[in-house]
Structures are given as structure tokens and as C-alpha cells.
Design a protein. Structure first.
Length: 430
């Protein structure tokens, strides 16, 4: 074989395979690759096919390849080739698992479809170097390169189509089909690649996938990144995704996202699915969600979250600062601390900007805003919006009729609900 050069998978796919005496064995229908932690997978076996109506398949180690030219020549004899009725199964095959599949281009943060595979030959080894996602790769697959190039030269002799390839380095891609290439996705390097993409961009990528690919991509993320991506998905995509995840995965997700978002999500699911998930979530999460699910969706109680910071009436400023440090990963607001008594009655609201420079031994209650601004659980979203705008608050506490603190509402939650209500009214008028 030549010492070093590149070739396209489409150029050898379907080529006749012959033994060392040039006797026809069959033709190449696929190549199995090794993915044992290598950045660039190496060819491990040829999958050979023979027959039309009574098809037979054979697997031959790549080491048995002696030459690739007009046909693929092996070092072995035809009588040493064993055939079987079923196509051999491997974790990662070029034809089955890469060609025409959607992958994530990590550098450009988009989903692309593979039209061809660019491979590197080094001595007697073959490596997957790039995926071809361009139109030229598709034309090559179809065998139309000669004719299309001739036409393009007539009408646009300097066209970039004639000279430029649209390649993506294999190390900068991520395969989406978890079911067929599970070992590729489970590599630590694959998770590290996806972690380089901001959550908001991953959420945008998921919009372009079908429902099965959405699940495959989501399952390949670590738990922390899953939560961030999920928060950036639209309501409809969140609902679609949670219905596709298995019960255990769905429960884990519900227990780790803000309780108000989890409650909203459960309200959008079929009742059967909601009951199934509520039976399995942890006791603490179940109590929070049960409380939230008991309120009207458009009320303050339905909008609130139970993730907030609170301290007793005798807390000092140093206690508040320590509380914030311990809860930097809290899904809710950490810039306000709610001071409560033994029965959870709201005594005051301490804003970080008011006590951050105070003496650490100062009673926290003395730094509270003069008035207790709050809403009731039964108040409507419009009333909440008016108070947030009037007092320029980003978050407001929610009390029941006994002045017991139930949760808090953020401005973002109110704005999202107002937009949803406005859109629903607009559609009714159409």
C-alpha cells in the first residue's frame, strides 16, 4: 500500500473485494471502526457482502488488506472467508452509523448531516479524519462529480464548488445516535466536547433534531449541563423531552430543577405521566410540588418557587453572608434573605445590597427594607406584575392568609406568564 494519502469512503464503498489470487470474494458494504478512546478512530474490519437474493456477509480484519486500487485485495484466500446470513454487528460502522446521520459540529455549534467520510491512509492503517458535510460530498456519493463539475465549469469556472470541501475534523464532532454508537457517546472525551458548548447554544441545536435525537443528545450531557440546557428549552420542547426520557431520568431531572418550573412542567404533562412521576420523586420534592400543584397556574401561588433563602429573627449579618456562600448553586434568588419566626411568618426582607457592607455583628433584621411588600397566593399575575414594577423589585415574597411565607416570585417568571397570556388572547382574536 502507499505510504500516506487521503481517500473518501464513497470511493471504496461498493468496491469488489478479491483474495490474494484475485478471486472475487464479494464487495465492500461497510467498515467497522475502533473507538477505544482514540481521537481518530481506526478501521478494524471490512464488512463484505455477496449475493443479491441470498445475501451473505463476512467480516475480515483490516490487517488482511494488502492493497486498495480498482478493487480491494486481501492477503487471505477465498476458502478462508466465512459467511453468515446476518450482517455482523459492531458498535461503530461507517455506513450504518455515520453516513447520512446528523452530528453536532462543536466549533460552529450547529447540527449537520454527513454526506461522506474523509479518511487517512498511513502505511497499512486507515483512520477517520474528517466528515464531509458539503454539497460536493453528496454529489460524490451519487457518482455525479464528473458531470456536475463539467456543468459548473461552463457556467461558473471559478466557483468555489470546484475546489473547496466542507470538512469538519472528527475530533470536533459529536454523533447523536446513542442507540447505535453508545460507546462513542460514553467516552469521557465526548462529554468534554459537548461541555464546551454553552447551554443556550445546545438548546438551539436541539430545536433542529427529531424527538429521538433530542433524547440522545440530552442523555449524553452530564447532570449539571442537562439542567442548564433544559432551562433554556421552550415549554413545548421541555414537555416533549420529559415524555421521551425514561422514568428514572425524568424523576432525577424534576428533583434538580427549580420547583416552580417542575410544577409548571407537570401541569403540561398527561395526568397519567404526572401521577407516575409524583409517586417516585423524593419526599421533600414531592411536598414542594404538591403544594405548587394545588394553586391555579395564573395565580401567585402557581407562579412561585419554594427555592429561597431564609434565616431566623435573631440572625446577624455574618449569618446572612455565610448563608449566601453556602448556597451559590441555588436555583432561586440569593440576593434577598427572608427573616421568619418559628411559625414561618415573614418578619422582614434583607437585601444583599443593604447589608453587604454592614458590621458582621449587626442584627440582620435592622437592615431590612422599611415595608413588607408581598403578594398573596391567590393574587393574579397582573397584580404581581404591578407591584414588581411599582417597587422596582426583581423578586417578591408570597404569603398565605396567615402571613406565612410560601415562596417567592421572580420578575422573569411573571414576564413569561404575561407574554403567554397575551399570546393566547391574541390567538383567540384571530
Amino acid at each position: 500500500m502507499d505510504t500516506k494519502f487521503f481517500l473518501y469512503f464513497s470511493e471504496i464503498l461498493g468496491k469488489v473485494v478479491r483474495d490474494h489470487q484475485n478471486r472475487r470474494i464479494g464487495y465492500l458494504c461497510d467498515i467497522a471502526m475502533k473507538v477505544n478512546g482514540e481521537i481518530y478512530p481506526k478501521a478494524s474490519s471490512l464488512i463484505i457482502k455477496r449475493g443479491i437474493f441470498r445475501r451473505r456477509f463476512s467480516q475480515v480484519d483490516w490487517e488482511q488488506v494488502s492493497d486498495i486500487g480498482d478493487f480491494i485485495k486481501l492477503k487471505t484466500a477465498i476458502h478462508q472467508i466465512a459467511y453468515q446470513k446476518q450482517r455482523p454487528k459492531y458498535d461503530f460502522n461507517l455506513c450504518l452509523d455515520i453516513l447520512d446521520q446528523q452530528i453536532v459540529d462543536i466549533d460552529n455549534r450547529k447540527v449537520v448531516r454527513v454526506n461522506d467520510v474523509h479518511m487517512l491512509r498511513v502505511d497499512n492503517h486507515l483512520y477517520l479524519a474528517h466528515v464531509d458535510v458539503g454539497t460536493r460530498g453528496l454529489v460524490r456519493r451519487l457518482g455525479w462529480t464528473k458531470w456536475v463539475d463539467a456543468i459548473v465549469r461552463i457556467f461558473s469556472p471559478h466557483s468555489a464548488f470546484l475546489s473547496q470541501e466542507d470538512f469538519i475534523s472528527w475530533k470536533n464532532t459529536q454523533v447523536l445516535n446513542l442507540g447505535r454508537v453508545k460507546n462513542v457517546l460514553r467516552l469521557d472525551v465526548a462529554r468534554q466536547r459537548l461541555a464546551q458548548i454553552p447551554a443556550i447554544d445546545l438548546a438551539d441545536i436541539m430545536k433542529d433534531l427529531d424527538k429521538f435525537e433530542k433524547v440522545h443528545l440530552f442523555q449524553s450531557l452530564d447532570a449539571a449541563l442537562q439542567q442548564k440546557v433544559f432551562a433554556d428549552l421552550s415549554n413545548s420542547l421541555q414537555t416533549e423531552l420529559i415524555e421521551q426520557l425514561d422514568v428514572k431520568e425524568a424523576v432525577t431531572l424534576l428533583e434538580n430543577i427549580p420547583s416552580d418550573e417542575a410544577a409548571d412542567l407537570l401541569l403540561r404533562l398527561p395526568k397519567r405521566r404526572t401521577k407516575q412521576l409524583m409517586k417516585l420523586v423524593g419526599t421533600k420534592t414531592s411536598k414542594k410540588l404538591s403544594k405548587l400543584l394545588g394553586f391555579s397556574k395564573n395565580s401567585a401561588g402557581g407562579l412561585m418557587t419554594t427555592e429561597y433563602l431564609s434565616l431566623p429573627h435573631n440572625a446577624l449579618v455574618k449569618d446572612a453572608l455565610q448563608k449566601i456562600k453556602e448556597n451559590t448553586q441555588l436555583a432561586g434568588n440569593v440576593y434577598n434573605i427572608y427573616i421568619i419566626d418559628e411559625q414561618n411568618h415573614l418578619l422582614g426582607i434583607a437585601a444583599l445590597r443593604n447589608f453587604i457592607n454592614a458590621d458582621p455583628e449587626t442584627p440582620l433584621l435592622s437592615t431590612c427594607v422599611p415595608h413588607k411588600i408581598f403578594v398573596r397566593t391567590s393574587d393574579g399575575v397582573e397584580q404581581v406584575a404591578v407591584l414588581l414594577e411599582k417597587y422596582k423589585f426583581s423578586v417578591i415574597p408570597v404569603l398565605n392568609e396567615e402571613d406565612i411565607l410560601q415562596g417567592v416570585i421572580t420578575g422573569d417568571d411573571v414576564m413569561e406568564e404575561l407574554i403567554s397570556l397575551a399570546w393566547s388572547k391574541y390567538k383567540e382574536k384571530l
